[in-house]
Design a protein around this ligand. Sequence first.
Ligand SMILES: *[C@@H]1O[C@H](CO)[C@@H](O)[C@H](O)[C@H]1NC(C)=O
Ligand SMILES: *[C@@H]1O[C@H](CO)[C@@H](O)[C@H](O)[C@H]1NC(C)=O
Ligand SMILES: *[C@@H]1O[C@H](CO)[C@@H](O)[C@H](O)[C@H]1NC(C)=O
Ligand SMILES: *[C@@H]1O[C@H](CO)[C@@H](O)[C@H](O)[C@H]1NC(C)=O
Ligand SMILES: *[C@@H]1O[C@H](CO)[C@@H](O)[C@H](O)[C@H]1NC(C)=O
Ligand SMILES: *[C@@H]1O[C@H](CO)[C@@H](O)[C@H](O)[C@H]1NC(C)=O
Ligand SMILES: *[C@@H]1O[C@H](CO)[C@@H](O)[C@H](O)[C@H]1NC(C)=O
Ligand SMILES: *[C@@H]1O[C@H](CO)[C@@H](O)[C@H](O)[C@H]1NC(C)=O
Length: 191
Amino acid sequence: MQIMLIISSLFTIIFGIHRVLGSLGQSCPPIQSMGNMNGESLMGLWYELERFSDVYEALFKCQTANYTMMANGTIDIVNTGYTYIGEYPVVYQGYGTPQSNNTSNVSVVFPKFKPMNADILVVATDYTSYAVMYSCSDLYFNVKQENAWIYGRNKTISSINNQTMTQLMQNLTSMGISVNNFDLTKQDCDN
Ligand SMILES: *[C@@H]1O[C@H](CO)[C@@H](O)[C@H](O)[C@H]1NC(C)=O
Ligand SMILES: *[C@@H]1O[C@H](CO)[C@@H](O)[C@H](O)[C@H]1NC(C)=O
Ligand SMILES: *[C@@H]1O[C@H](CO)[C@@H](O)[C@H](O)[C@H]1NC(C)=O
Ligand SMILES: *[C@@H]1O[C@H](CO)[C@@H](O)[C@H](O)[C@H]1NC(C)=O
Ligand SMILES: *[C@@H]1O[C@H](CO)[C@@H](O)[C@H](O)[C@H]1NC(C)=O
Ligand SMILES: *[C@@H]1O[C@H](CO)[C@@H](O)[C@H](O)[C@H]1NC(C)=O
Ligand SMILES: *[C@@H]1O[C@H](CO)[C@@H](O)[C@H](O)[C@H]1NC(C)=O
Ligand SMILES: *[C@@H]1O[C@H](CO)[C@@H](O)[C@H](O)[C@H]1NC(C)=O
């Protein structure tokens, strides 16, 4: 078990830097996503306000995601982060394919950075102030890699209604997601 932990930690650091490793003895929880969401309304610019702590977070800040619906229904994804040192923008471009009968389940591919590929579930959004996304894969026997993000249309977490925020955390918790893994994303750039 110890060795598996070490190997999987290395795996996480080298190949899965955008995800965190779940605790031993846990597999991905069954998550209730939104079913068919209004994809068009989710498009546009989102600021990352919170994410599960991971290595990626230690290198970048001021992350944004910009979604554009293409004519064929594929979502063009432009993720941008700024280096802590020097505030250099780093851009990851990807494509999202919503499952045809359950559009809140989006398969995301980053052609130039395949370790970031993931099935992303949109767990909740009001389209105008917040969007909660979740990704989890069972790595192997009883070990999961998961990440979760809270995005906002504005740069501050306080722009999300407190009651909504409380409800979101309760809902995530009741689905088996450890909300204490969330860390605030620093949003102090002039982007
Ligand atoms: C869509 O997928 C999510 C995640 O698996 C699930 O919670 C939800 O029930 C599904 N909805 C439908 C309509 O299949
Ligand atoms: C988001 O993407 C759209 C479409 O490519 C573009 O017009 C817009 O300027 C982008 N927004 C930002 C903030 O980069
Ligand atoms: C939609 O168009 C984009 C860009 O041309 C392409 O990469 C993607 O594979 C297409 N998606 C589908 C479902 O055909
Ligand atoms: C959605 O499509 C998948 C794959 O085609 C299928 O397995 C699943 O049962 C469908 N779900 C619903 C709710 O129709
Ligand atoms: C999301 O859809 C993919 C297929 O696009 C499927 O493999 C996966 O099981 C679905 N995830 C959930 C949680 O339903
Ligand atoms: C977001 O910021 C804009 C512009 O600063 C402001 O008009 C809007 O009320 C803010 N929305 C929320 C939910 O805080
Ligand atoms: C919302 O929460 C923030 C921080 O938790 C707090 O500073 C603020 O006073 C709260 N606002 C309301 C209206 O409760
Ligand atoms: C929390 O879950 C309840 C019950 O499913 C739902 O009605 C409510 O809209 C959810 N709240 C948020 C903020 O997603």
